[in-house]
Design a protein around this ligand. Structure first.
Ligand SMILES: Cc1cc2nc3c(=O)[nH]c(=O)nc-3n(C[C@H](O)[C@H](O)[C@H](O)COP(=O)(O)OP(=O)(O)OC[C@H]3O[C@@H](n4cnc5c(N)ncnc54)[C@H](O)[C@@H]3O)c2cc1C
Length: 557
């Protein structure tokens, strides 16, 4: 049953659930579906925020209306702390609030990342049989339902059908339109620059994403395939063993049973409304376990509010300590994005999403590697991504530095669980990262300097690219260039690692089974357990992780 309000739920609730899932994003939606599909376990999924059902909301469903989603309803709109690395700017940090979580508001780009990214999870967790590219690949396939774009255009030569799933839940497809004039030039430019490490990569999602690729999207049958749309359809909502409560906010998890006996057993969840609505709270205890699925910001926020975290940090804000776990909320990593533009001539006909992305690995001899070790996870891993986006008279390049060394944190500001957390992205606090962004911009500049863009005959009016508008590291003095980069850089909302998996409590928050170290009854299944940000947009990795986790959680019980 779906309870549309917390009030409706509190009137009839019982503690009759095997699993309580806290947060309705990817982790919550996937687990709610998979843990109830055999009809045996009873599951409660706690949706979040207020008015959180995303079903039937046109601006969410129609991919082209992405820019018009009501952020006041469906986004937490966290504010970061002033960022020293961004000239002390404070930024809004987006996280989805409705059912489907961030997949209801995200940009729908479908990229899995590199084989080496996933193999690192295996190394740091000590369990490569569970966490590695090869171990997770079947779960990527299980998640995916690939289909043609609704324009039914010819897409041959734009992907490799061997690397996709066709019977899963999340709809994926190539872009509706294309190839455009710009796409054709990009293909020729990649070919021309082969000796410099650019080429066409037929399939970006086969474990090696390096090259110019056709964009893939989590769009199925022309609609956004959010986690809620894909995993919580009418048939799933109708299951007798699944309850979904919307408009509830998890404040804390609490221990049950003998509080003098360690490890403490954290199977109780405390729920409330967001402040200003009601003071009513409700406590529910799961029979088997509580699974935090509240995302990279929500999950450490709940853990810290519960007294699970760094004892010194908790004492500073007056939260009683239940369990000292120093790494909660620490060591988060995220991509930084710079918008860079070139002006263009030629047809302006198509305004819409990008058709192509460029993933580039930096060449070995670059001077930045003389001073800094390479943080990339291995040879299949790119350092930079360029989302190529025609926009009126310009070509926008969304440039993403994919291998950050800087780390940020999620902390709590007070002992009031309703207070928003302190979100510190830590951008550009490690000097490598600004050099990496500089190189990423040079990568973009070189690409757009290829003859298909710049030769006098490339369009009837002259060159297609007529000039670079973005800050140019080869024209500006270093200080000015870097200051401009710090002014224009923004997060790409791919934060992970705030409750990272690892081999011990001294270095991580959860074990390879995603159980919180040192306590019982509590697991985390969301982006916060991913130890280092993959060199990709993160949703595909979280879907694979959640599918994998659903399977072993079910088998454990
Ligand atoms: C604006 C934006 C654009 C993005 N674009 C892309 C993209 O194009 N491609 C891509 O691959 N990735 C993209 N991402 C990232 C991707 O969507 C996330 O990595 C992914 O959704 C993370 O999944 P999650 O389950 O960990 O958390 P989320 O999807 O964030 O879900 C967490 C859920 O928990 C709920 N919650 C939090 N706190 C509480 C609480 N106290 N009580 C109850 N519920 C709570 C939240 O409301 C939310 O529903 C984007 C993200 C954003 C925000």
């Amino acid at each position: 049953k779906v309870y549309q309000s917390f009030g409706e739920f509190t009137a009839s609730s019982t503690s009759n659930y095997d699993y309580i899932l806290v947060g309705g994003g990817i982790g919550g939606s996937v687990l709610a579906n998979r843990l109830t599909e055999d009809g045996k376990a009873r599951v409660l999924l706690i949706g979040s925020g207020v008015l959180s059902d995303t079903e039937g909301v046109l601006n969410i469903i129609v991919p082209g209306l992405f820019g018009q989603i009501d952020a006041s309803k469906f986004n937490w709109n966290y504010q970061t702390t002033p960022q020293a690395g961004l000239n002390n700017r404070t930024l809004t940090y987006s996280r989805g609030k409705g059912l489907g979580g961030s997949t209801a508001v995200n940009a729908m780009i479908y990229t899995r990342g590199s084989k080496d990214d996933y193999d690192l999870w295996g190394k740091v967790s000590g369990n490569p049989k569970r966490w590695s590219w090869d171990a997770l690949y079947p779960w990527m396939i299980k998640n995916e339902r690939w289909g043609p774009p609704t324009s039914n255009r010819n897409t041959s030569g734009q992907y490799d059908p061997r690397f996709h799933g066709y019977a899963g839940k999340t709809g994926t497809s190539l872009p509706w339109g294309g190839p455009s004039d710009l796409d054709g030039r990009s293909l020729k430019a990649a070919e021309e620059l082969r000796a410099h490490g650019y080429w066409l990569n037929l399939e970006p999602n086969d474990g090696n994403s390096i090259g110019l690729t056709w964009a893939q999207w989590t769009i199925g049958n022309g609609e956004r395939s959010s986690a809620a749309a894909a995993y919580l359809g009418a048939d799933v909502r109708a299951r007798k063993n699944l309850d979904i409560v919307l408009g509830a906010y998890a404040t804390r998890v609490l221990p049950v049973g003998n509080l003098a006996r360690k490890p403490l057993d954290f199977r109780t969840v405390e729920l409330g409304y967001l402040p200003g609505v009601s003071n009513q709270t409700l406590r529910l205890t799961a029979k088997k376990e509580v699974i935090l699925t509240a995302g990279t910001i929500g999950t450490p926020h709940i853990l810290l509010n519960s007294g699970i975290g760094d004892r010194i940090g908790l004492a500073q804000v007056g939260v009683p300590l239940w369990h000292d776990l120093p790494n909660v909320g620490k060591g988060v990593s995220d991509h930084r994005l710079a918008e860079w533009q070139a002006s263009r001539t030629g047809p302006l006909a198509e305004f819409g999403p990008s058709h192509q992305f460029l993933f580039k690995r930096f060449e070995k001899g670059l001077s930045l590697f003389e001073d800094y070790s390479d943080p990339s996870t291995g040879p299949t891993t790119p350092h930079a991504e360029v989302v190529i986006l025609p926009s009126g008279a310009n070509v926008n390049a969304r440039i993403i530095a994919l291998t950050p060394r800087s780390r940020g944190s999620i902390k709590i500001r007070s002992s009031n669980p309703f207070d928003p957390p302190l979100v510190d992205t830590g951008f550009y606090t490690d000097p490598f990262d600004i050099l990496a962004m500089t190189e990423a911009i040079r990568t973009t500049k070189r690409f757009f300097s290829a003859s298909p863009f710049t030769s006098p005959n490339s369009t009837s009016n002259g060159p297609y690219i007529t000039g670079f508008l973005g800050p140019d590291p080869d024209l500006l003095v270093k200080e000015e260039f870097e200051s401009r980069i710090r002014n224009i850089s923004a997060p790409y909302w791919h934060m992970v690692g705030s409750a990272a998996m690892g081999k011990s409590a001294g270095e991580s928050v959860v074990d390879a089974d995603l159980r919180v170290w040192g306590v019982k009854g509590l697991r985390v299944v969301d982006a916060s357990v991913i130890p280092y940000v993959p060199t990709a947009h993160t949703q595909a990795a979280v879907y694979a992780l959640a599918e994998r986790a659903a399977d072993f959680i079910r088998k454990t019980w």
